[in-house]
Design a protein around this ligand. Sequence first.
Ligand SMILES: [Zn+2]
Length: 197
Amino acid sequence: MILVSVNDEGVRYECYGKTDQELRKVQGIIRENKSALCPECQAPVQVRIYPDGLRTNHFYHLASGGGCGYGKGESEEHLLGKTSIRRYLEDCPDWDGCEFLLEHRIETPEGVRVIDLAVIHPNGEKEAHEAQLSKQSASEFDKRSTLYQEAGFTPIWWLGSKNETSRNYLYKKYGWVGKIEVEERPVDFGVREYFNK
Ligand SMILES: [Zn+2]
């Protein structure tokens, strides 16, 4: 499951924030000319719409196989996490006027990394928001945070219930940590609080 496709010129298109009607139009255009591509393998993708709103609209590879693992194994919970953090920040005065980029790809010394939600402030400051809902070791937090910092992004970790115990360690070290809880739809996602150093 992928939230962003690109065209053959690399221009991004996000499912997020689009009405079903708009996405159905996009589906038709893609059917005509295969104009939406996977950002990883450049193979054609199509958009999947859930009119009941019970799952997150997303792109999927038209041809199975081909070796591209991008978006594979991505849980609905994680998709909901990423989009809910974005919805939360869009309503937050601290993030007024920011540019939001879901699944933003960056080059690092260890290859391409995908930031769950990159945020670019009007003054140019950049943040990497990560919805970390599964367990992750401290050394992995360190490694990924360092990669983001070296690429010019302040890492902001949003931790799910399994990870809350790590928050003291994290916010002392990296500045910001949020706490999130994924609930069943239509209750949707709850951002409970966030911390600053
Ligand atoms: Zn792919």
